[in-house]
Design a protein around this ligand. Structure first.
Ligand code: FES
Length: 153
């Protein structure tokens, strides 16, 4: 699928992340890994996090797919490195709000480059693309919370 018509500046930023994805590769010593696929197109992301205490010490991803899904996860990893689990959860919520048309989220500095994806919210079939990495993140956070509740064996 082609990238929808976004402002050219934002489109350039999306394509730049797509062509030069940040934090792409296999993460050594990951503590959680989530595989997420879009069943409609088969695009996929494997998100890997190293969580220590309540902090994301490192993050990488593997995957293939459209420019929006891959740029979104690339931008997401930049925001996640070094953040607390609460901050990561908040980031996922704010980004999801933005994708569902909440314009106040666009002014959210914590979203960084992710704000370039705001225009995607006008293209309903592409929202799932932008959310693929964040769906993986939310699964990872749920999994981590489950581990924390069970406690160490
Ligand atoms: Fe598959 Fe975008 S077209 S995730």
């Amino acid at each position: 699928m082609e990238t929808p018509q976004l402002s050219s500046l934002y489109q350039q930023l999306i394509l730049e992340h797509y062509r030069n994805p940040r934090n792409k590769g296999e993460l050594e010593e990951k503590t959680v890994e989530i595989h997420m696929a879009n069943p409609v197109c088969g695009d996929e992301i494997r998100l890997q996090l190293r969580i220590e205490g309540d902090r994301i010490e490192d993050v990488k991803f593997l995957g293939s797919g459209c420019s929006i899904s891959q740029a979104s996860v690339s931008m997401m990893t930049i925001r996640l490195k070094g953040s607390s689990l609460d901050q990561a959860d908040e980031l996922a919520k704010r980004f999801t709000d933005m994708m569902h048309g909440d314009e106040s989220a666009v002014r959210e500095k914590s979203l960084g480059d992710l704000r370039a994806l705001q225009g995607v919210s006008k293209f309903p079939v592409r929202i799932k693309c932008a959310l693929l990495g964040f769906d993986a993140l939310q699964e990872a956070l749920k999994k981590e919370a489950g581990v924390a509740e069970e406690g160490p064996n």
